[in-house]
Design a protein. Structure first.
Length: 310
């Protein structure tokens, strides 16, 4: 059976831990796994702007012994010039896996249904699961290993309806984290995602909680995370974003309410003075550049896991 990674809960808790453990090993020895030796090709498709995703996947595929075929979505016009299904049939006969950074989750699901090779979500409007794998890897490093993930309190502040909030809920629940989302009531996470996260916590011992109180969310937290107020494709005006999310800005006052050794995450790019202050993101508790590097190691581990099971 072909395995895909379209959303965070495509990995069971034990599988997620296996991927994270492998990522730690690959970070220590970057050429320890070579599942793409040949080289075998991996198609890496970009419909949205990218820096960290493109760099980490292209470098990672090369380090796994493969060849990244980078496709500019503006030229390919997938779903416009030809259907997603036809594109999937073309790619699946020539590459070992497909990595796609796109808009609608349904496009990714259609690709997976027809490709016949693993399909990886490199970001959609609904989820950003590779980023959360990297974030969990970063937290594990900071807290002494994957055994320390269960019970960790992660507070996410800002837009609760975006892809990062959804992935923190699902990925954090899978890891046994206590995930708190601080967001305006009108920007709460999708009800189905929240319900799925709660189902997962029943077996992992984690929890999920949504609040419109920043202070409640960050109190005693081990990890503080945020994201840009206006995601790619979001039409929210700047003034409206400030009104909605200004009270949820990750600043020194919010950080002071967390644990003394709390770490700060941001998937980048960051807008200093908006969702996070320069004092916090450039301060000693920020691990955002470790987090950015860890995209490489987490994604290499993920690709290895998927290829070994397909």
């Amino acid at each position: 059976m072909t395995r895909h990674f379209l959303r965070d809960d495509d990995l069971a808790p034990a599988e997620q831990r296996e991927v994270l453990e492998l990522a730690l090993r690959l970070k220590a020895d970057r050429f320890a796994a070579r599942p793409l030796e040949g080289p075998r090709a991996v198609a890496v498709l970009f419909d949205k702007p990218t820096l960290r995703t493109q760099v980490s996947f292209t470098v990672g595929i090369a380090e796994l012994g493969g060849f990244p075929v980078v496709v500019d979505g503006r030229l390919a016009k997938i779903g416009e010039r030809e259907s997603v299904a036809d594109t999937a049939h073309v790619l699946g006969r020539q590459v070992a896996a497909v990595v796609w950074r796109t808009y609608a989750q349904s496009r990714l699901e259609e690709m997976a249904s027809a490709a016949g090779v693993p399909v990886v979500n490199a970001l959609t409007d609904d989820f950003h699961p590779c980023q959360v794998l990297a974030d969990l890897l970063t937290v594990a490093e900071q807290r002494g290993g994957t055994d320390a993930l269960p019970g960790t309190v992660l507070a996410y502040t800002g837009d609760g309806a975006n892809n990062m909030a959804h992935s923190y809920l699902l990925g954090g629940a899978t890891a046994g984290l206590h995930v708190r989302v601080a967001t305006p009531r009108e920007r709460a996470p999708r009800a189905d995602v929240l319900e799925r996260a709660r189902q997962i916590t029943a077996s992992t011992g984690g929890s999920v909680h949504v609040t419109d109180s920043l202070a409640e969310a960050v109190a005693g937290a081990h990890v503080l995370a945020t994201d840009t107020w206006v995601s790619m494709g979001d039409s929210t005006e700047a003034a409206e974003a400030e009104r909605l999310f200004g009270p949820f800005r990750l600043d020194a006052a919010a950080l002071a309410k967390a644990c003394d050794d709390a770490v700060v995450l941001h998937c980048l790019p960051a807008y200093r003075g908006k969702e996070i202050t320069a004092e916090v993101i450039d301060g000693p508790q920020s691990v955002v550049f470790d987090e950015a590097e860890n995209r490489l190691h987490a994604q290499k581990a993920l690709l290895t896991f998927l290829l070994e099971r397909t």
